[in-house]
Write a protein that binds this ligand. Structure first.
Ligand code: URA
Length: 238
């Protein structure tokens, strides 16, 4: 619980510099419970605080935890070079408060991407010690064979990895489609594993992280949503 001035609250929520937030207040663009607030000195309890800026409602959040259904042709990098960045799919307040992707998906990979401004959460979720299974659906160039499935389950040796990497689960979904569950998050891991096993990944979608699935979140490509505590609890190791 903490009380802060609206100027500080707006700044913490990504509405801009303190000076800019002060001007939003002075211009009558900020309301609490339908009442315009212009007093820059009044302090408000941040916990559960609902406010609106330019008539748009917001809830105070110390940190944000977001699920994005990443479409193809967006980069996870903070300085995207060939395609727009995933942050461009979110309100600009989130870039201002330093929301970042948790790990990376390739520009052509679609599916579930977590984003947050909570450094400890990002660190924990991206740590190699945190074995949260990630479920991918891969479309393959060549038809899936039982040998391919077996190879991916047994482990494949990748160039810069000391030990073979294996899928925790690998199931054929269709003639050219596989479900692959991985516990690590190495660079281009699914594509490199498929290539090392003699096939080629022509499309990739991450459908689930831990027990949090894109289907349950019901997000269309390009849509995002806040994760609540129940959903965050689904991001657990096996
Ligand atoms: N594996 C890949 O090859 N690419 C991704 O984007 C994610 C996992």
């Amino acid at each position: 619980m903490s009380k802060q001035t609206l100027e500080r609250i707006l700044q913490s929520q990504g509405f801009g510099t303190r000076k800019w937030c002060a001007s939003l207040l002075a211009e009558g663009e900020v309301s609490l419970s339908g009442e315009v607030v212009t007093d820059t000195r009044a302090k408000f309890e941040t916990d559960g605080l609902e406010f609106s800026v330019y008539g748009e409602p917001w809830l105070y959040r110390e940190h944000v935890y977001i699920a994005l259904h990443k479409p193809a042709d967006y980069e996870c990098s903070r300085k995207p070079s060939h395609h727009p960045g995933v942050l461009s799919l979110l309100p600009e307040q989130f870039s201002n408060r330093d929301v970042q992707p948790v790990g990376r998906l390739d520009h052509d990979t679609t599916g579930l991407l977590l984003m947050s401004d909570d450094g400890a959460f990002i660190h924990k979720q991206s740590s190699p010690k945190h074995h949260v299974p990630k479920v991918y659906v891969a479309t393959t160039h060549d038809a899936v064979t039982p040998q391919l499935v077996e190879h991916l389950l047994k482990g494949v040796k990748l160039n810069d990895e000391p030990a073979p990497l294996a899928a925790v689960i690998c199931e054929q979904l269709g003639e050219h489609q596989l479900k692959i569950v991985l516990e690590q998050g190495k660079y281009h891991q699914v594509k490199r594993m498929l290539a090392a096993a003699g096939n080629h990944c022509s499309a990739l979608c991450r459908t689930q992280i831990g027990e949090l699935s894109l289907e349950a979140l019901a997000l269309e490509a390009g849509e995002w949503g806040y994760l609540d505590t129940r959903e965050l609890a689904l991001l657990k190791p096996l």
